[in-house]
Write a protein that binds this ligand. Structure first.
Ligand code: SF4
Length: 133
């Protein structure tokens, strides 16, 4: 009786080429186009506020700390893949249009607002400090 020679199967590499190819072929996700990208007010002691954005799923992090960003900078938030991405668009065409128009929809710089929503005069304060503004 001969021994059947067993050839060891290659060790799993944890790398799935097909999945990798699919991910690369997908358009980059722009977080501002996701349902979980939320606008919020960062309010100073005085009641003045600025508009910011955050990921409601908590994916914007620096170490253990949640990151947020000024609303006018939210287009910089993008990623190749996200387990919680949920498009706000009905179809790929409207998504493309939204992303193309995004810069025009956003403020072009940081604005400080009075509690009633009006703008604080830029000559009065050019900086934002949550404790002193
Ligand atoms: S859930 Fe993902 S895609 Fe959506 S805002 Fe957060 S990080 Fe971006």
């Amino acid at each position: 009786m001969t021994h059947m020679q067993t050839i060891p199967s290659p060790a799993p590499t944890g790398f799935d080429e097909d999945l990798e190819r699919q991910v690369k072929a997908r358009p980059r996700i722009v977080c501002a186009e996701c349902q979980h990208c939320k606008q919020f007010r960062e309010v100073a002691k005085s009641g003045r506020y600025i508009l910011k954005a955050r990921c409601a799923k908590g994916h914007w992090r620096k170490g253990s700390k949640e990151e947020t960003c000024d609303l006018h900078r939210v287009t910089a938030r993008s990623r190749k893949d996200c387990p919680d991405y949920d498009s706000t668009s009905d179809d790929p065409r409207s998504r493309k249009r939204f992303v193309e128009q995004l810069e025009d929809l956003l403020p072009d710089e940081r604005h400080i607002h009075e509690p009633d929503g009006s703008f604080v005069d830029k000559t009065e304060t050019m900086t934002w400090d949550i404790r002193r503004t």
